[in-house]
Write a protein that binds this ligand. Structure first.
Ligand code: ATP
Length: 293
């Protein structure tokens, strides 16, 4: 079984508070983009194993795809009495790692969806979303499979489709950022960051890059990585109507209203050897794509 799983960007990300268990609560508009990892599942291999084309990704039990597979098999045994089966999970990694694009979470969601298909959908959508949340706060979004406003720690998802067809240019500046470190620094930098994002009642509004682009993690990341500030400014200088850090970085993306301007920007930025450039489309509807052989 082959599963294509997308990356995501956060079109806004407000940190709204912190729960007693130390998880931060968010208000974020998340949207898939068409940069894809390919996850292949081969069954009948005895044990569970992960192989990844990117040497920066762990192949042990800490891999999110591995954890998703283990959690799924365990729940399948407990709830449906199905005998545990192993699998080889091969990840052809195209999504930059530790770049705020959700690659690991997307891989985990792909494995949950793929295994659910293999066993004849033993878990309904709610059950699958609950399993996903046990793996990570961003995993439910990739099961949800549509642009969505996420609240809670990312598990409360409401679909959102009022988005104009922006053209995207995304810069991966070749830097890996630990999400946990960014949140730790946010805690140190701010004693009180409970805010009321009154302006973000977006249900009936059209998302407008000029008004709504915002990422509360930018200040933390920008203070440590001036080269990421440069990347953002460069996108603005090249005609983006807005530009933003995705998630906890390191990727930044620019939104363009004009296709030619986006193409021109990508072309002229391509000669920076430290950067990897993408021009992905925003995917409003659709997540993992399963192909069975
Ligand atoms: P986060 O979800 O923490 O915001 P991110 O989107 O910035 O992460 P990922 O590419 O998901 O970045 O990687 C975060 C870290 O997770 C990596 O440093 C890597 O060590 C670990 N990891 C575990 N499993 C995977 C996986 N399948 N793909 C990528 N990274 C993984």
């Amino acid at each position: 079984m082959e599963i294509l799983c997308p990356a995501k960007v956060n079109l806004f990300l407000h940190v709204t508070g912190k729960r007693p268990d130390d998880y931060h609560t968010l208000l974020s508009l998340m949207c898939n983009i068409d940069i894809w990892d390919r996850v292949t599942l081969r069954f009948g291999t005895g044990s569970m194993r992960v192989i990844c084309t990117d040497p920066d990704v762990p192949e042990d039990q800490t891999n999110l795809a591995y954890r998703a597979a283990e959690r799924f098999m365990c729940q399948l045994g407990d709830q449906h009495g199905v005998k545990r089966e192993g699998a080889d999970i091969t990840i052809d990694k195209q999504i930059p790692v530790a770049a705020g694009l959700g690659g690991g979470s997307s891989n985990a969601a792909a494995v949950l969806c793929g295994l659910n298909r293999r066993y004849g959908n033993p878990f309904n959508r709610q059950e699958l979303l609950a399993l996903a949340l046990e793996i990570g706060a961003d995993v439910p979004f990739f099961i949800f499979g549509k642009a969505a406003i996420a609240t809670g720690i990312g598990e409360r998802l409401v679909s959102f489709s009022n988005l104009r067809p922006y053209y995207v240019v995304l810069i991966y500046p070749g830097i890996r950022i630990s999400t946990a470190e960014v949140y730790k620094k946010l805690d140190i930098g701010l004693t009180k960051y409970k805010k009321e994002p009154k302006e973000i009642r977006l249900e009936d509004q059209v998302y407008d890059a000029a008004l709504h682009l915002c990422n509360d993690l930018e200040s933390v990341v920008f203070s440590s990585f001036p080269e990421i500030v440069d990347a953002k400014n460069t996108l603005l200088e090249h005609g983006a109507v807005g530009a933003l850090l995705s998630g906890s970085g390191s990727s930044v993306f620019g939104l363009f209203e004009d296709m030619t301007a986006a193409q021109d920007a990508k072309r002229s930025l391509d000669n920076n050897a430290a950067w990897k450039l993408f021009s992905p489309q925003l995917i409003m509807d659709g997540g993992c794509r399963i192909q069975e052989h």
